[in-house]
Design a protein around this ligand. Structure first.
Ligand code: NAD
Ligand code: ZN
Length: 359
């Protein structure tokens, strides 16, 4: 069976396009209880962007600190319950921030119309009803969360997305001005998530002409941004990074990620390491699986003088390593893509433990 996936319904791209958000929302303002819910990265509190949020007096604007923890099921349930109790059902929800905020906006949009806790819906196609209108405004680029069909949540039992067609944003506003202030290390790690998405999407059995075309273009942009003569955080490169992130996301949607993401999920789940950083930590040691990709990644690390820690595994207990390897092994779609359908004959939790011990 071939995937039949849904894309973003409407897209606006360009420097300054954030100013169009008010007009975009206007036609939706009569829906439900006639107010908008803005969820915004707390980084923007007190910054000029705060004054540009097109909120009306009836709207709710909530600032969220995404550095405390990645989005949780409890956080989504509480947000939904308190808004419903205080104001009713919003006309729409707008997420202004990185992957964390965009996932919160997607998840809460679904949970406004689906009863019970979001823990009930972690997985593929478990959501029963479409959510409310939702808009993504990325302010850091790389994860591809702006185009993906999933909203990743950490629950008491699992870190797993609410994944279905209705998760996809109705509208995305791509304004490269908004990513200009991303700190350099985050710019690098998050940008590398895109690069790794493409390398992994390309190197596996599910790669095809459709995913390849997006990966090829996204990789070309990544090389200009991180290795070209004019590499670095420039306005021109920010334009490119926003597009590269989107295309990397589309590539993996129609192919799959691989070994680096399988390892990175273990690091995030057991050690709480953040997604893009964990990918960089892992990818650095996967030269035998992705020789050209890892060699180029090392060039980028060196060009931008990024420090990646070595010898981390010395600090980990055997139990932690086994737990991480188990998380990783339980991502069969990634191993299947990267190694082949006979992957179980070649990969064991013990061999995955060996990969963690390299880090
Ligand atoms: P993030 O949203 O976690 O933000 C990273 C840091 O950058 C934070 O400190 C944030 O405050 C800061 N920041 C964001 N925009 C900024 C700006 N313009 N200027 C200055 N600082 C800014 O970053 P992320 O890496 O995009 O997202 C990670 C999250 O995305 C994780 O929770 C992960 O699980 C999730 N994720 C989701 C998908 C998906 O398809 N839904 C895919 C991969 C990862
Ligand atoms: Zn990723």
């Amino acid at each position: 069976m071939h995937k039949n996936f849904k894309g973003i319904e409407k897209t606006v791209f360009g420097r300054g396009s954030f100013s169009q958000l008010g007009d975009i929302l206007e036609e939706k303002r009569d829906l439900n209880d006639k107010f908008m819910l803005f969820v915004v990265d707390e980084y923007f509190k007190g910054k000029s962007l705060e004054t540009r949020i097109p909120a009306k007096p009836q709207d709710v604007v909530i600032f969220i600190n995404v550095d405390i923890h990645e989005p949780t099921t409890e956080q989504i349930d509480n947000l939904r319950d308190s808004i419903l109790q205080q104001k009713g059902l919003p006309s729409g929800v707008i997420g202004i921030g990185g992957g964390s905020i965009m996932d919160i906006a997607k998840a809460v949009s679904l949970m406004f119309t689906n009863e019970g806790s979001s823990t009930l819906y972690q997985g593929l196609n478990l959501i029963k009803k479409p959510g409310i209108y939702h808009v993504g405004v990325p302010t850091i680029s790389g994860t591809g969360a702006e185009v993906s069909m999933t909203a990743v949540l950490t629950g008491p039992e699992k870190k797993l997305g609410l994944k279905c067609e209705w998760t996809v944003f109705n509208q995305v506003v791509f304004d490269p001005d908004l990513i200009a202030t991303v700190p350099r290390n985050w710019w690098f790690y998050t940008g590398m998530d895109t690069y790794i998405h493409c390398i992994e999407s390309e190197n596996g059995i599910l790669n095809n002409a459709y995913s390849h075309a997006f990966a090829e273009q996204s990789l070309k942009l990544c090389r200009e941004i991180f290795l070209g003569n004019n590499s670095g955080q420039t306005p021109e490169n920010d334009d490119k990074l926003m597009v590269a992130s989107m295309m990397g996301g589309l590539s993996l949607t129609y192919s799959e990620v691989g070994i680096c993401h399988a390892i990175s999920y273990g690091l995030s789940k057991i050690l709480g390491m953040r997604h893009c950083y964990a990918n960089c930590v892992a990818f650095n040691h996967l030269g035998d699986y992705y020789p050209e990709g890892v060699a180029e990644f090392k060039e980028m690390i060196s060009k931008h003088s990024i420090d990646l820690p070595q010898g981390l595994s010395k600090e980990w207990s055997d139990e932690q390593i086994t737990a991480m390897a188990t998380v990783s092994y339980n991502l069969p779609h990634m191993w299947n893509h990267a190694i082949g359908s006979d992957w179980k004959e070649k990969v064991t939790t013990k061999s995955i433990e060996g990969l963690f011990r390299r880090l």
